[in-house]
Design a binder for this molecule. Structure first.
Ligand code: 5RP
Length: 230
């Protein structure tokens, strides 16, 4: 889509995505993210593939796998891959020390596998995603349905107010057949601590705090691109 048809935040998403795609090299094994920002990166990678870039990819969601295939990008089975050279994904919120909330698009589990496999995990974002502290965006927590009530109560004991995610009036199901609790913890003072405590709850399949999993964040703001890295 041409830039003049895009809103200011879409222009920023696209600019961040195009800057990130420059890091993809011939021969790379690439993780493809999910969401409206990642979509610009997938489209740009598709154009490079058409021009001769030789890469293999894995996808963080069924939707992304389908989108990538529609651009002629080869998508491998995630379960067969033991490392990735680079991944490009979006985020719902991030701080300057590279902590993230992800999962607004429901793909948090596969996104976390991909981020964990990647030597160079790049997050792309428009300027609205930068926050001083995580928590204005509700934290997505993916729950195995059988453990729903138990996990709900344990998360509430930790101070989170849980809302079961719905889509079109129906309970939302992830690509893994699980449900999502969108959880309000207020501003999260110690994300690493909360992340560890959530991981200990039986029935929590994945949670959207991404701590220590990101090497670089590329954020576009108006006409410039800013890079955050440790
Ligand atoms: C999907 C995600 C997305 O990266 C996140 O929701 C950001 O999406 P968008 O780029 O559409 O704002 O975590 O599970």
């Amino acid at each position: 889509m041409k830039n003049e048809q895009l809103s200011p935040s879409e222009i920023e998403k696209k600019a961040a995505a195009l800057a990130a795609v420059e890091f993809v090299k011939n021969g790379d094994l690439v993780g493809l993210g999910t969401g409206s920002t990642a979509k610009y990166a997938i489209e740009a990678i598709g154009q490079k593939v058409k021009s001769g870039l030789n890469i293999k990819t894995v996808a963080t969601s069924i939707k992304t796998a389908q989108l990538a295939a529609s651009f002629g990008i080869e998508v491998m089975d995630l379960s067969k891959v033991g490392y990735l050279d680079i991944s490009i994904d979006g985020a719902d919120e991030f701080t300057k020390n590279l902590d993230l909330i992800k999962g607004g698009g429901g793909a948090l589990f596969r996104e976390k596998i991909v981020a964990s496999l990647t030597k160079n995990s790049i997050i792309i974002a428009d300027s609205s995603k930068l926050v001083a502290a995580l928590g204005a965006f509700t934290l997505p927590i993916e729950i195995v349905p059988l453990a729903y009530q138990y996990a709900f109560e344990e998360i509430e004991k930790l101070g989170g107010k849980c809302v079961l995610r719905k889509a079109d009036g129906e309970i939302y199901k992830t690509d893994n057949g699980n449900v999502i609790l969108d959880t309000d913890f207020g501003l999260i003072k110690k994300p690493e601590n909360l992340s560890m405590r959530l991981n200990q709850i039986v029935g929590v399949f994945a949670q959207g705090l991404f701590i220590g999993l990101t090497q670089k964040i590329i954020m576009a703001k108006e006409n410039s691109v800013e890079v955050f890295e440790k």
